[in-house]
Write a protein that binds this ligand. Structure first.
Ligand SMILES: Cc1cc2nc3c(=O)[nH]c(=O)nc-3n(C[C@H](O)[C@H](O)[C@H](O)COP(=O)(O)OP(=O)(O)OC[C@H]3O[C@@H](n4cnc5c(N)ncnc54)[C@H](O)[C@@H]3O)c2cc1C
Length: 379
């Protein structure tokens, strides 16, 4: 069988793109691992943070929001977003670090100063002597990532799509207008490839003979801790620490803590570095009221960026019928619903979705070679 589309990678990017493509033709979604979402998608902080990332990322996030709030009929019976809120805190003498945070406020996605006393009440893990100024972003929400991924995959299958797991793509060849994809022990054929291989997207590009887009995978570490005894942390906002890139957020009755690290690394099954974990545990004890008695779980995941920090959703300029869906950095869950619609438009040679055009985003803005007016405002 010759598929209309072969999507490589069943993280949130590939699953959402496959879901959007399935009404337009036959689709095969190929995943190297036994489980979709095994890599970055299953390791995120699961936050929808509106004032985060490059200006382009923020626009894309806003275009994803309607999907999260009102998913298509039958997609899921659970809410995809739930209120969280986020505090950015600065210690004595460091108050000015919050000026750029506050400056990002818009009427749509506001941020405001919060009295320190109120912040300490909302986030009792904070040490009062370490908090001199607080900015609050009420619009930050949790994302039900596993529900979102399952919704895309279920809808994809209902639309006739096929998922092949345990099938690492090893070779790609384009012959007489057809792609031959060698994955695991089999070779599949298809008319158009969608490269949604996350940190490995440049490797897949190389197999296809495409020039790299310059992806750099950056490792981010996280640990899961119990909250202080007798403290109900479930409703606490996320806390960002302005002096470092560290953040703490409630996660299933416990607290997820990340130093906000971004260590360049080769694409791989990322594992936390023991020293990073020890340094993080020490930081938690010093900067918060959390006592680290036991680390319930630690993990690391990859956030993959090109140089300007914005995603790439584009047909390759040279290699035919090859679509990039990569470089989602630290915002790939939030952006997935909107970017998947662009991938589907490219696959079907349709126009850029109207809501993108309305906010001034054209197909050219999502290419790796875009005029880089986006600025380096990402981490
Ligand atoms: C600690 C951390 C916190 C984060 N927090 C957030 C957050 O709060 N909000 C947010 O929106 N984003 C967040 N992110 C970013 C988000 O997780 C990623 O942007 C997103 O998951 C990327 O999705 P993806 O599908 O592109 O990549 P992946 O989920 O990595 O999927 C790519 C898939 O391609 C497969 N693949 C690779 N090579 C091959 C091959 N040769 N053959 C077949 N399959 C292949 C892989 O096995 C993998 O399953 C965070 C990331 C980390 C690490």
């Amino acid at each position: 069988m010759i598929y209309d589309f072969i999507v490589i990678g069943a993280g949130i990017a590939g699953a959402s793109a496959a879901y959007e493509l399935a009404p337009h033709g036959s689709v095969l979604l190929i995943e190297a691992e036994a489980q979709p979402g095994y890599h970055s998608t299953g390791r995120s902080a699961a936050l929808f943070t509106r004032n985060y990332g490059t200006p382009l990322v923020r626009k894309v996030n806003a275009l994803s929001e309607p999907f999260f709030l009102t998913p298509p009929e039958g997609f899921t019976d659970r809410a995809l977003l739930s209120p969280r809120g986020a505090l950015s805190v600065a210690g004595p003498g460091k108050e000015a670090l919050l000026n750029p945070v506050l400056a990002a406020s818009t009427s749509r996605d506001p941020l405001h100063e919060m009295p320190v006393a109120e912040a300490l009440e909302r986030a009792p893990i904070l040490r009062p002597e370490r908090v001199a100024r607080v900015v609050y972003e009420p619009g930050v929400t949790d994302i039900e990532v596993s529900v979102l991924l399952a919704g895309f995959l279920k809808g994809y299958k209902q639309r006739g799509g096929i998922l092949q797991v345990r099938a690492p793509v090893r070779a790609l060849a384009y012959k007489s207008g057809i792609w031959h994809v060698t994955a695991g022990a089999d070779t599949y054929t298809g008319k158009t490839i969608v490269n949604a291989a996350g940190a490995w997207a440049d490797q897949i590009g190389a197999l296809a003979g495409a020039a790299p887009i310059g992806l750099v995978a950056k490792r981010r570490t996280a640990i899961l801790l119990d909250g202080p005894q007798g403290m109900d942390v479930a409703r606490m906002p996320c806390v960002d620490f302005a002096e470092t890139d560290a953040y703490i957020k409630p996660d299933a009755g416990k607290l997820m803590v990340s130093p906000g690290d971004a260590t360049p690394t080769e694409p791989q099954d990322a594992q936390p570095d023991e020293l990073d974990v020890a340094i993080l545990a020490d930081w938690v004890m010093r900067e918060t009221r959390i006592e680290v008695r036991r680390i319930a779980h630690s993990w690391a995941g990859l956030r993959s960026f090109i140089a300007d920090g914005s995603p790439v959703v584009a047909r390759d300029a040279v290699v035919p019928d090859f679509i990039w869906l990569a470089g989602q950095g630290g915002y790939g869950i939030m952006m997935a619903p909107a970017l998947a619609r662009v991938a589907a438009a490219l696959g079907t040679s349709g126009p850029m979705p109207a809501d993108f055009l309305e906010v001034g985003l054209s197909l050219a803005d999502l290419t790796a070679g875009r005029a880089s007016a986006q600025g380096p405002r990402f981490h």
